[in-house]
Write a protein that binds this ligand. Structure first.
Ligand SMILES: [Zn+2]
Length: 345
């Protein structure tokens, strides 16, 4: 099959590659329709690795996907040919200890699309377990279906935060994941969410949503903005979504006493943080690694109209132009949130 292949760092090609397409009894075969370009795909292209995951062999990119079921395995009863679906890109071992605990996202044996050495789905067809394939509501487009993957990270962060109705949220970093976190926190009950960045373009995009208050760090500190919005009490929940080590300087000044700090962004190096500052406020610290048991909920929120991800799609490319899409994504334009690739139509 033709596919977008990362041959090695800095080298992409559109070419034929052998990919397994046998449909097992609990699998479905899917014709891909839309695939989003993720920061991780771009990072493998520009750096050849993420932490301990290293591109040592050609790998098909892409893991944010939606498409149409074209064939179902003998034991599949929940889906049929013609169903429009999106797919959860991580396949855990369902008999693992982590899966049995419901935390299959941290199953050490999870197989995740476009994470070396596993191929992704920038190719016309894929085979996937029906259990991790979700039917799109009629009013949810393929483009939105392919946005569920990054939104699920935001949803996982909101779930880990244990938001109470009316909470004030604060998100450090207005990149794609920061915006997803802010939208999930609002949908999860926050009365308002402040979001900080140094980029006025990113803040402008985030600030188009009702309930999101952009904070320009070139003009004021996040601590000052949060103090103003909370009578100096602090945010109930602070989400770190920038991945910058510098974000940890004074981070507990942002949190109210007894509040929560949720870590989403991945710093490249270990960071220092102020343990006495955390203890003095008895801050609860949570971490987020991908997501578990979230896809159906994300789809329900999008289908209900409570979350609109469409304005975040800032460019769409044909499959044959997918290398150009990656070159644009590698530039990390502040006006871009999500680029998508159309596999058909
Ligand atoms: Zn992604």
């Amino acid at each position: 099959m033709r596919a977008l292949v990362l041959e090695r760092q800095h080298e992409l090609s559109l070419r034929e590659i052998d990919l397994p397409l046998e449909v097992g009894p609990t699998d479905v075969k899917i014709a891909l329709h839309t695939v989003g370009v993720c920061g991780s795909d771009v990072h493998y292209y520009t750096h050849g690795r993420i932490g301990n995951f290293i591109v040592n062999a050609p790998m098909v990119l892409g893991h944010e996907a939606a498409g149409t079921v074209v064939e179902v395995g003998a034991k599949v009863t929940t889906l049929k040919a013609g169903d429009r679906v999106c797919m959860e890109p991580g396949i855990p071992d369902l008999s693992s200890r982590a899966s049995k605990l419901g935390i299959y996202n941290v199953d050490p044996s999870v197989v995740f699309w476009a994470t070396p050495p596993v191929h992704g789905v920038l190719t016309p067809f894929t085979v996937h377990p029906a259990a991790f394939t979700y039917k799109l509501p009629d009013n949810v487009s393929f483009a939105e279906g392919a946005m569920v993957e990054p939104f699920a990270v935001g949803m996982q962060a909101a779930a880990r935060a244990r938001i109470a109705p009316g909470d004030v949220g604060a998100v450090i970093g207005a990149g794609p994941i920061g915006i997803m976190v802010a939208l999930a926190a609002l949908a999860g009950g926050c009365s308002k969410v402040l979001i900080s960045d140094f980029s006025k373009e990113k803040l402008e995009i985030a600030g188009r949503y009702d309930g999101i208050i952009p904070v320009d760090l070139t003009k004021e500190t996040f601590a000052a903005a949060i103090a103003r919005e909370t009578d100096s009490w602090g945010a109930d929940v602070v989400f770190e979504a920038s991945g910058s080590a510098k974000a940890y300087n004074g981070i507990f000044d942002l949190v109210r006493p007894g509040g929560a700090l949720v870590l989403v962004g991945l710093p490249v190096e270990p960071v220092n943080f102020d343990v006495p500052g955390a203890i003095a406020k008895e801050v609860r610290i949570e971490t987020v690694f991908r997501y578990a048991n979230i896809y159906d909920r994300a789809l329900a929120l999008i289908g209900s109209g409570k979350v609109d991800l469409k304005p975040l799609i800032t460019g769409t490319y044909a499959f044959e132009e997918s290398i150009a899409a990656f070159e644009r994504a590698a530039k990390a334009l502040p006006t871009d949130v999500k680029l998508q690739i159309l596999m058909e139509g």
